[in-house]
Design a protein around this ligand. Structure first.
Ligand SMILES: Nc1nc2c(c(=O)[nH]1)N[C@H]1C(S)=C(S)[C@@H](COP(=O)(O)OP(=O)(O)OC[C@H]3O[C@@H](n4cnc5c(=O)[nH]c(N)nc54)[C@H](O)[C@@H]3O)O[C@H]1N2
Ligand SMILES: Nc1nc2c(c(=O)[nH]1)N[C@H]1C(S)=C(S)[C@@H](COP(=O)(O)OP(=O)(O)OC[C@H]3O[C@@H](n4cnc5c(=O)[nH]c(N)nc54)[C@H](O)[C@@H]3O)O[C@H]1N2
Ligand SMILES: [Mo]
Length: 645
């Protein structure tokens, strides 16, 4: 039985922003739109004049529409003249995009939700989709109903794992040893798809040598997963007719996250479970439009349509379309921009729909950095902790019910978003605000009659989106990219080319990534003996801005979740307040006892930072390729707070 004792701390209610604000004498005060826009634009112009275009950075919004992200990145590149634009993709799936791009040349998930219903095997690797992707999970349940087997690979026996045929409860940060042992077992059992490997891949020999030391028993020692469970997973994956490998942050929020992703992709190359109907790789994306934000070019290395900035003919195309000059180099990603603030090179930030003051690892450090900025403009729907630090606050309409546009989900499906109600007070559409700022910065020709006009501008420069008119999106109830033609719908899965017999049509082979195990950076020792991982619950959303204010019988606020064994060892009871310390800070929270946790493993969410600021504990160690932080592995200790006298 799970402990049901409630946390009686009151949730913070975030006020919806209904009018602009500017900072005077250290305080935010109400302002008119004219005043706030003038102030915002003047600050951006000033930092650029003084320090150059690259002193500006844009944090774009993965909650908002494709159209808004298209305009936000265009604002960054054309109006401000820099490629410093990024979004929360950096904190979650940038490693998936990097890993998939390295293997296949494109960063999208390779299959569709429908295929999950018609597959034979579903692996949920580091994903608690039952909580975090409940709509996708309906497709998983249909797949199970249709006879698919399911394996869950997660340190915690999660609500997702409860639906699995088998749960592999590995130690945090041991995914590469586990994947390598699965790969080795497939090879040694003679179950590798040699025809596919020869035809469609490269680097197999190196990969086989890399996995060779990872016998089942060595892997059992390192991962904590029994050898027979590893063998079972290996045989199930290799012998399945169709198999879906799904992963999320258990794989990507690590200092070696891109390597983790490569380790899973390797398994698909070894077995041929990619590039055909029913078999594929699915990184379930995070925020509702984080896939679309990246597709629209709100990332520092790609122009809209995931087109590489370093390719001269791509730049030439966009320079002609936008009548501008695009810098021939990658901009800074979100992690680099935060570093850049501290180094004094990034002086102004335009933050649209992000709350880094609470979402970044080691957030006290992030807050100090944001305070160092010469000019911070925050455009949000609520007065967030980040907005409280801003020089100018601009109230936006909420993308999901107050604006028109499109959004793109994890299966690359672009769907229409509808305006159902008007935004409150003086709040305005994100795109209209961006255009008004552009006008003040010398681009008074930025006028869009509606979101469809933005979309058609994007279609003209992005071959993958060209065939998706608004009318067709409506007719087909959403269309997956790529969609290069107005009279065709492409297959639901990517990389079918790998199965072509004709080498010319098959194209570049997909390389194996010979990656190595690297344990978490935040080491366990006598002072910090507990491995804490962080993540999500069904009833709350990210930093809680959009979900704290609601009353739900499910809502139970922040806890430190411990195994029954650890609770006994530390002599703590359910509901008792304890101090949780890491090498960066400490917080207090009540205890929740979860029998789904193994001894030595603790869990906290990121949902209630105003009650318990979990990210004061987490470590900034980031993946050097993708820039994503190791939110999933913090070393902590637990103490009963001293009784004050
Ligand atoms: N209800 C709800 N849904 C959401 C969100 C939300 O806040 N609330 N946020 C959205 C966003 S932005 C995102 S990115 C997604 C995230 O979706 P998920 O990634 O599914 O969510 P998390 O709970 O962060 O982490 C998933 C699992 O990783 C496991 N894990 C931790 N360490 C390891 C490890 O070393 N190896 C393995 N294999 N697993 C490990 C954790 O135990 C956890 O169960 O959810 C999205 N959906
Ligand atoms: N400890 C720990 N920390 C984590 C993670 C973890 O697993 N553990 N996960 C990380 C992940 S995956 C993510 S994605 C980040 C999330 O980090 P953030 O993106 O910083 O957090 P959110 O709370 O989702 O903030 C989204 C903001 O967008 C605003 N918003 C919503 N709709 C609109 C709109 O239409 N227009 C505008 N202008 N604003 C809008 C909301 O009000 C909110 O303030 O957190 C990361 N932090
Ligand atoms: Mo995310």
């Amino acid at each position: 039985m799970r402990d049901r004792k409630r946390n009686d701390r009151k949730p913070k209610q975030y006020p919806r922003l209904t009018h602009p604000m500017v900072r005077d004498n250290g305080e935010l005060r109400r302002a008119t739109w004219e005043e706030a826009l003038d102030r915002a634009a003047a600050g951006f112009a000033r930092t650029t004049q003084e320090y150059g275009a690259d002193a500006f950075g844009m944090f774009s919004c993965a909650r908002s529409t494709n159209e808004m992200n298209y305009v936000a990145q265009k604002f960054t590149r054309v109006v401000m003249g820099t490629n410093n634009v990024d979004s929360c993709n950096r904190t979650c799936h940038a490693p998936s995009v990097a890993g998939l791009s390295a293997a296949f040349g494109s960063g999208g998930g390779t299959s569709s939700y429908q295929e999950v219903e018609e597959t034979d095997l579903i692996i949920m690797w580091g994903s608690n989709a039952r909580f975090a992707h409940p709509i996708f999970f309906q497709h998983v349940l249909k797949g199970i109903h249709n006879g698919a087997r399911m394996y869950a690979v997660d340190p915690r026996r999660t609500s997702t794992a409860e639906w699995a045929d088998r749960w592999l409860g590995l130690n945090v940060g041991t995914d590469i040893p586990l994947a390598h042992a699965v790969g080795r077992e497939i090879i040694h059992a003679g179950l590798a798809n040699t025809a596919f490997i020869e035809r469609a891949t490269s680097g197999y020999e190196e990969y086989a040598a890399e996995v060779e030391p990872w016998t089942l028993s060595v892997a059992e020692q390192v991962t904590g997963v029994p050898a027979d469970a590893i063998r079972e997973l290996a045989h199930a994956y290799a012998t399945a007719e169709r198999a879906q490998m799904c992963w999320t942050l258990g794989i990507t929020e690590h200092h070696n996250a891109t390597d983790n992703v490569r380790a899973l992709i390797n398994l698909s190359l070894l077995t041929g479970h990619v590039g055909r109907y029913g078999s594929g790789l699915q990184p379930l994306r995070g925020q509702n439009n984080v896939q679309g934000g990246g597709d629209m070019g709100a990332i520092p290395n790609r122009l809209p349509g995931f087109q590489d900035i370093l390719e001269p003919e791509i730049r030439t195309k966009f320079e002609a379309a936008w009548n501008t000059v695009i810098q021939p180099r990658y901009g800074m990603n979100l992690t680099e921009m935060l570093d850049g603030i501290e180094r004094g090179v990034l002086r102004s930030v335009y933050c649209i729909g992000e709350n880094p003051a609470q979402s970044e690892a080691d957030c006290e450090h992030t807050i100090k950095r944001l305070e160092m900025l010469d000019h911070l403009v925050v455009q949000d729907i609520f007065l967030t902790k980040t907005a409280e630090l801003a020089d100018v606050v601009l109230p936006a309409s909420a993308s999901w019910c107050e604006t028109e546009g499109t959004a793109t989900n994890s299966e690359r499906r672009v769907q229409r978003v509808r305006k159902a109600i008007s935004p409150p007070g003086e709040a305005r559409d994100d795109i209209a605000i961006l255009c008004d700022l552009a006008a003040r910065l010398g681009h008074d020709d930025w006028k869009y009659a509606d979101s469809e006009e933005v979309w058609n501008e994007l279609r003209a420069v992005s071959p993958d989106h060209y065939g998706m008119t608004y009318a067709r999106l409506e007719e087909h109830q959403g269309i997956q990219w790529p969609c290069p033609s107005e009279d065709r719908i492409e297959p639901t899965y990517l990389h079918g080319r790998l199965w072509e017999k004709d080498p010319a049509r098959r194209g570049m082979p997909a390389p194996f990534g010979p990656v190595k195990h690297s344990p978490p950076v935040d080491l366990l020792d006598e002072r910090f003996p507990i491995r804490m991982t962080t993540g999500r619950r069904l009833d709350s959303y990210n930093t809680g801005v959009q979900s704290s204010g609601f009353a739900s019988p499910m809502r139970r606020g922040e806890y430190i979740e411990l195994s029954p064994e650890d609770a006994a060892t530390y002599g703590v009871e359910a509901g008792e307040e304890v101090r949780i310390s890491s090498r960066r800070g400490d917080v207090t929270a009540p205890v929740w006892i979860d029998p789904g946790l193994r001894p030595g493993l603790a869990f906290m969410t990121m949902h209630f930072p105003d009650e318990v600021d979990t990210n004061q504990l987490t470590i900034e160690a980031t993946c050097p390729i993708a820039g994503t932080a190791e939110y999933k592995a913090t070393a902590v200790r637990i103490d009963k707070p001293a009784v004050s006298v």
